[in-house]
Ligand binder design. Sequence first.
Ligand code: HEM
Length: 192
Amino acid sequence: MQSSLFRKEVLPFLLWFGALIAGAVAVDALLHALDLIWVGRYLGIPGTLLILFSFGYSMRKRKLIRSGNPRTLLRLHETFTWVGALMILIHAGVHVYAILPWLALAAMMVNIISGMTGKVLLERSRRYLAEKRASYEAQGLAAEEIERRLFWDATAFDLMKRWRGIHLPITLAFAVLGLAHIFTIFLFWQWS
Ligand code: HEM
C-alpha cells in the first residue's frame, strides 16, 4: 500500500521536478559550452508565451472559450507550464542581476510545485471515484443511485477545492512579479 503510494504519487512528482532542474542545468551548460548564451537570454519570451497559452484550460473551464476537450487542455496546461518553466529557468540561469527577477522566479517555482501537487491530488480523486463506482456496480446498484452516491463521494473529496485556494493566489503572486519584471526590462531597455 505504502510502496504503491510512493510509486504512484511521490515518484512521478520527484521525477518531473528533478527532470526540470536537471534539464535546465544541462541546457544552460550546453549553451555556455557552445558560446550561445544569447539564446538563453531570449528563452524568457517563448517560455512566458507557453505559460500564457497554457491558460487555455482555465479559459475553457471558465467558459471564456467554448471549444477544446478539457482533458486535452489540462494536459497541455501541465506540459506547457513545464516546458515554459524550463525555458524561463534557462533564461534566468543566464545571469540575473536584480532582486525582482529572482522573486518572480521563486514564485514560478512555487507555482510549478503547487501545480504538480494538484496533478497528484486530481489523479488520486479520479482513482478514488473509479474505485467507488466499481464497488457500487459490484453491489448491483441502479445507475441513478450510483450517480447520486458518486456525487456525494466527489464532494467528500474536497482536497482539490482546498488546493485550488492555494494554487490560484500563488498564480496571482507569480503573475504580479513576472509582469513587474517584464515592465522593468522595458523601462530600462536601451533602445539605441
Ligand atoms: C507557471 C506555472 C503554473 C501556473 C501559472 C498555473 C496556473 C493555474 C491556474 C490559474 C489554474 C486554475 C484553473 C482554473 O480553475 O481556472 C490551474 C489549475 C491546475 N493546474 Fe496549474 N499552473 C502552473 C503549473 C502547473 C503544473 C506544472 C501542473 C502539473 C504538472 C499544473 C496542474 C494543474 C492542475 C491539475 C490544475 C487543476 C485543474 C482543475 O482543478 O480544474 N499546473 N493552474
